[in-house]
Design a protein around this ligand. Structure first.
Ligand code: C2O
Ligand code: CU
Ligand code: CU
Length: 559
């Protein structure tokens, strides 16, 4: 190589543009006002791209909410299109959830108000109008929600926003020749963090916390640091973990969040890259060389794309001197995480993911849940209030789908029968179900019942808009007093083989127990034995039975 060529190469290296990472502003307190608006943003300096944002041209402010606060929101829609705003991961009533039924007409304001019941973690908000979610999110409406609580406050963690605690909204987008955002698209070859391409952030020589959201429409990331530097996960989607988890890789699918700590101590002057090690993905995941399990399966627009199946930089950290009062140690342990025991389950349901048309071309079509496409007039599942349920999600397609459910945080029981890896043992609201895989999770559906449905769906927005979504309502068939009694009763196992146990917490006088079948026939010939606080019903044949207990003049019915 001759000398002049070498110099030219060096100049190219140095000339790679770095853009200072945009840090969204914050809103906190008990009155949160958001205005959804159209605007322009310079992803490329000197070129305006048409965008949407909340309280600005792109993305939205980070909402900092306190557990226990009753918060009044006002969401004013100025985007000249119907939309909704959904609080992803928050446990709120269906009316406040901002799903596809809770539309905000142009030039109107939606005013939900609710108590923040969630644990300290990182949540997010985004539009959710059916068939428009991808457009409104890809054009820019998305923001983080940081929930704070006393448990988190008691820990020695970095928590000064913009100093040692940073939001990182990672997205990929496709731009056309005029630098306008193309949506929908499977040619998302531009990676950005907080709407900043080639982003650089100056961090201090200490422990720094990052709240990472995969806000992409489709792409899964395999996060890691350059040089395989260890980082520490401290929170999953819906809460802190029991202890910090040292990692070199963290797979994050669309909709998923993770809070991580990076220890930059002793690294003053150095540069660290946040990367996606997508070369490590096997086939059958959006982000791998082949998005389908079978390499013959192609997805229109997907290839060629330099991001597919290769390792790439997401952004860079430039390490500077420490702040005056730095956090210098990785906190351990964190909080007590109490997963729901499997025996608490009242009901099991199965959701099967499948392509509309099986076969080689399946990735280019829509996907179904339990064989049907989303129909806003059809309620797919009915959940009884206070049920603890096991949901089995089976992926009968050739590509991994991130399954998301509203209302609850869940605990993963297993993946294909195997206990989940440590990074999936916390509270979750999105789970990537790989091609041909079966995942089971358990969740409790408490507090909110309504005729307004909640959604469950694939969080790959082309799939979601294409109908890979279902809805469930939570039904409360009991009066307030009856609910109180019902909570004291645990029926297990449910479903059961032919013996049902009814355990009573505390003291209740049971006057009568009646068992009915689905046709309303009384089944009194079954053996019933009373034994302290446990009632055993034996000899039931297959079917759904209703137990009717007359307790202190209240009648409680359980399926
Ligand atoms: Cu993040 Cu139903 O959505
Ligand atoms: Cu959600
Ligand atoms: Cu999907």
């Amino acid at each position: 190589m001759n000398k002049s060529l070498l110099i030219a190469l060096l100049i190219v290296q140095v000339a790679v543009a770095q853009n200072q990472l945009l840090i969204p502003t914050t809103l906190s307190g008990k009155d949160i006002n958001l205005t959804l608006q159209n605007g322009t943003h310079q992803f490329y300096s000197g070129t305006n791209t048409t965008t949407m944002g909340a309280n600005g041209n792109i993305l939205g402010p980070t909402l900092i909410l306190k557990q226990g606060d009753f918060v009044n929101f006002k969401v004013n829609n100025q985007i000249a299109d119907i939309t909704t705003i959904h609080w992803h991961g928050l446990h709120v009533s269906p009316e406040n959830d901002g799903g596809p039924h809770t539309t905000i007409a142009p030039n109107t304001t939606w005013s939900p108000s609710f108590t923040i019941l969630d644990k300290a973690a990182t949540y997010w908000y985004h539009p959710h109008l059916h068939e428009k979610t991808n457009e409104h999110v890809s054009k820019g409406i998305a923001g983080l929600i940081i929930v704070k609580d006393t448990e988190e406050a008691a820990l020695n963690l970095p928590r000064t926003y913009g100093i040692d605690d940073f939001p990182l909204v990672i997205q990929t987008k496709d731009f056309d020749d005029n630098k306008e955002i193309v949506v929908p698209s499977n040619s998302d070859d531009v990676v950005m963090v907080n709407a900043t391409i080639d982003a650089a952030l100056t961090v201090r020589e200490q422990v720094v916390r990052f709240r990472v959201l995969n806000g992409s429409s489709m792409r899964v990331f395999n996060l890691g640091l350059s040089g395989n530097q260890t980082f520490y996960q401290i929170a999953s989607d819906g809460g802190l973990l029991s202890d910090n988890l040292p990692l070199t890789r963290l797979r994050l699918a669309p909709g998923e969040r993770a809070e991580i700590l990076v220890n930059f101590s002793g690294m003053n002057g150095q540069t660290v890259f946040l990367k996606s090690y997508a070369s490590e993905f096997s086939n059958g995941i959006y982000g791998a060389t082949n998005p389908g399990l079978n390499s013959m399966m192609t997805l229109e627009g997907y290839n060629p794309n330099p991001l597919n199946g290769s390792d790439f930089n997401i952004m860079q950290f430039n390490v500077d001197t420490a702040t005056a009062t730095p956090v210098t140690a990785i906190e351990s342990p964190l909080v007590t995480v109490t997963p729901i025991p499997e025996v608490n389950s009242d009901v099991s349901r199965t959701i099967t993911m499948s392509p509309v048309a099986m076969g080689r071309n399946q990735l280019n079509g829509n996907f179904l849940l339990n064989g049907v496409s989303f129909d806003s007039n059809v309620v797919n599942e009915t959940v009884e209030l206070n049920n603890t349920e096991i949901w089995t999600i089976s992926n009968n397609s050739a590509i991994a789908h991130p399954f998301h459910i509203h209302d609850v945080q869940f605990y993963i029981l297993d993946r294909d029968g195997n206990a989940p890896p440590p990074i999936e043992q916390g509270r979750k609201d999105v789970i990537l179900v790989k091609a041909q895989e079966t995942v089971r999770f358990i969740a409790k559906f408490d507090d909110f019942a309504s005729t307004v449905p909640y959604m469950y769906h694939c969080h790959m927005l082309i799939h979601e808009d294409g109908g890979m979504m279902g809805q469930f309502v939570i039904e409360n068939t009991l009066s307030v007093e009856e609910n109180e009694f019902s909570n004291k009763l645990k029926v297990y196992p449910n479903p059961s083989n032919n013996t049902v146990h009814i355990a009573i917490e505390g003291s209740l006088n049971i006057d009568a127990l009646e068992v009915y079948d689905q046709l309303g026939r009384k089944i009194l010939d079954k053996k019933i034995s009373f034994n302290d606080n446990l009632i055993q019903v034996e000899g039931l044949s297959k079917g759904i039975f209703f137990l009717k207990l007359n307790i202190e003049n209240y009648i409680v019915t359980k399926k």
